[in-house]
Structures are given as C-alpha cells and as structure tokens.
Design a binder for this molecule. Structure first.
Ligand code: LMR
Length: 334
C-alpha cells in the first residue's frame, strides 16, 4: 500500500502546485500522537500562527494520531515530498542514518528539563540538527515531551522485575540496549500498534511519557507503572529541505517566526501536560502508580548506566561527551 499511497500524495501535490497562483502553499504536518499532547497541541499552534503570519498564503493541514502515516512511512513520505513537516521522536532517526540523536535516549542522561535545554537550546543541539541536512532534511526545532515511566501488568520495583518481559520500544538501538541491560526482550513497534499489542499480550510492557500513555489509553491495559524517569522523549521538527529552501523568502521567514513561537509554547506546556496526564491515570484507578525509593532508583541507575559506554560506538563517544559537558553530567558520580 504504502508506496502507492505516497505516490498518490505526490500526484495530488503536483496538481495543486499547478493550480491558480493564488492557491495557498499547503504544508501537510503528519504525526503519530493525539491532539491532546504536547506535540499535538504545538502542531495546532504552529498551524494557527503560520496561517496568521502569512495571511493565509500558507495552509497547514495537521494529521494527528497516525491518520496519514505511521512511524516508518512518515519518514519516507517526507523524503519523497508527500508531506512537508513531521516531528518524530529523537529515537526514530536511526533508519535515516542519523544515529547521534539516539544519545538523547541514553538512560539517566538528563536529570530534568533544565539539563536537557542546555543541549537542545545550545550549540550541541544545533550541531546535531545539522546532521540531517545531507539527508535532504532540514531540522527546524526541538520540541519537548517528557521523561518516561516503565509499565507492565506486574509490579516493577527493581531491574530484575523486567527480566524476560517483552517490552515495546521505539526504533532506537540505545533503547534496545537499555532493555537488554534489564534482561527484557525489546520489540520495536510502531506507536500506533502499541495499545493493541499490550491489550492482546503480544508485548507485556512498555515505556512512555505520561501524556502518550494516557492519550492512547495504554493505562487501561497496564496494571502497573513505576515513575522511573529513566529517559527522555522529545522531538525534532523537520521539513523537506528542498521544499523549505524553495519557499518565497518572505513566507519562510514568517514560518520561522511561527515555528519559534510554537517551540516556546511546546516547551512551556510539556511538563504540565505530562503532570496532568499522570493525575488522570491515577484518577482512572486502572494503573497502580509506584514511586521508587531512593535505593530502588539507585539500583535502576546502576543497572542502566553501562548503556552509555556500550553505545559509544553507536552514537559517537564525542557526541556523548559533548552532552556531558553541556549538562555537567558526570557518570563517575554515581
Ligand atoms: C513513541 O513511539 O512511543 C513516541 O515516539 C510517539 C511520539 O511521537 O511521541
């Protein structure tokens, strides 16, 4: 299907480009989460601002919840020009050949948004973003989601509790190694397929920032969740470079302004949205939420820190070092 659907998209885009000059420039913005999440809300904010700042010269069509493309297809669609904008998580760039982003997946790499922003709002973040360009992709911004919790149908108090569990993961080799370190069995799966896989027992558990867990109703099929905060999940907003460079300069600068403001918005609401989702999960009574003790937290850190060293060859020792330097993280202090 996929290639046919993408080709059809291209034909449609070609037809609209050939229509009257006054036709708006259409930006299809595809993503895989619900509208009521940090990314979903920020995409809507970008639409609103982009259309306003360009006086309607640009029309943004946001397709949420994998309604247009799923994880893997959306990357292909962007490169082919069938969609113009995406915001995949930083864990999903490996298949494109940009492995350095997986450094963001390293467990316990960031001890909160402040540390994270030293990277995403700084020079290191810019350098990593530039790695997309040889792939025909322009990185426009980093958007936050949040810190992940582990969930399953059995309690998770210690790393040993994950042993032998089939865990759904995103397509990141770093996350795969993280799960292997816990002796779990990682299974890469599209986000859109996760709920059903949990419900039917194809996988036993997963990891999510709370807004993703809640809006996909995964808490309804996961009896236990532990607030491990063991890793970060956030996004690179990307566009097709040829499309972007081909825009009239005035339109592009208005879109840059809209993007800068929606980025501030995304990063301002991310924490509150995740806190709100956690409270909603709690209120649902369907999932027991466990806060690890200090000793339990240390046991997870101890079990997972070796992933940093092991993944040097994957994401680059220099990339890891540059992040440590930007945030002040010192693995030896644990
Ligand atoms: C996931 O696949 O779990 C996330 O990347 C989904 C998303 O876009 O937040």
């Amino acid at each position: 299907m996929k290639v046919r659907a993408i080709l059809l998209g291209l034909v449609m885009a070609g037809l609209s480009a050939g229509a009257a000059a006054a036709d708006p420039i259409v930006i299809k913005f595809s993503h895989v989460v619900a509208t009521d999440t940090p990314k979903g809300k920020a995409a809507e904010k970008f639409k609103e601002l982009a259309e306003q700042y360009t006086n309607g010269a640009v029309k943004v069509e946001v397709y949420a919840n994998s309604t247009l493309y799923k994880d893997k297809e959306e990357m292909e669609a962007l490169q082919l020009g069938a969609v113009q904008m995406l915001a995949p998580s930083l864990a999903k760039f490996g298949p494109l050949g940009v492995r350095e982003f997986e450094a963001f997946d390293l467990p316990y790499m960031f001890d909160g948004y402040t540390a994270l922003h030293k990277v995403t709002k700084g020079e290191v973040g810019q350098k990593l973003m530039a790695k997309l360009e040889p792939r025909g992709i322009k990185g426009l911004a980093y958007w936050d989601n949040g810190f992940k919790s582990l969930s399953a149908n059995t309690p998770i108090r210690s790393p040993e509790d994950l042993k032998g569990k089939k865990m759904r993961i995103q397509s990141s080799k770093v996350i795969e190694e993280q799960m292997r370190e816990l002796k779990a069995l990682p299974q890469v799966m599209a986000f859109s397929e996760t709920y059903q896989a949990l419900q039917t027992g194809v996988v036993d558990g997963t990891e999510n920032p709370h807004s993703n867990l809640y809006t996909q109703k995964m808490h309804e099929v996961q009896k236990h969740m532990t607030l491990t905060d063991h890793g970060y999940l956030g996004y690179a907003v990307i566009t097709n470079k040829k499309f972007w460079d081909g825009l009239p300069a005035e339109v592009r600068s208005q879109l840059e302004k809209a993007m800068a403001e929606s980025t501030d918005y995304a990063n301002e609401i991310a924490k509150a949205e995740n806190d709100k989702a956690l409270e909603a999960v709690r209120a649902s009574g369907k999932t027991e939420i466990y806060t690890p003790t200090e000793a339990e937290r240390k046991a997870f850190i101890k079990a997972l820190l070796p992933v940093h060293k092991k993944m040097e060859s994957r994401v680059g020792a220099a990339t890891i070092k540059s992040i440590y330097e930007a945030t002040g993280f010192d693995p030896a202090s644990f």
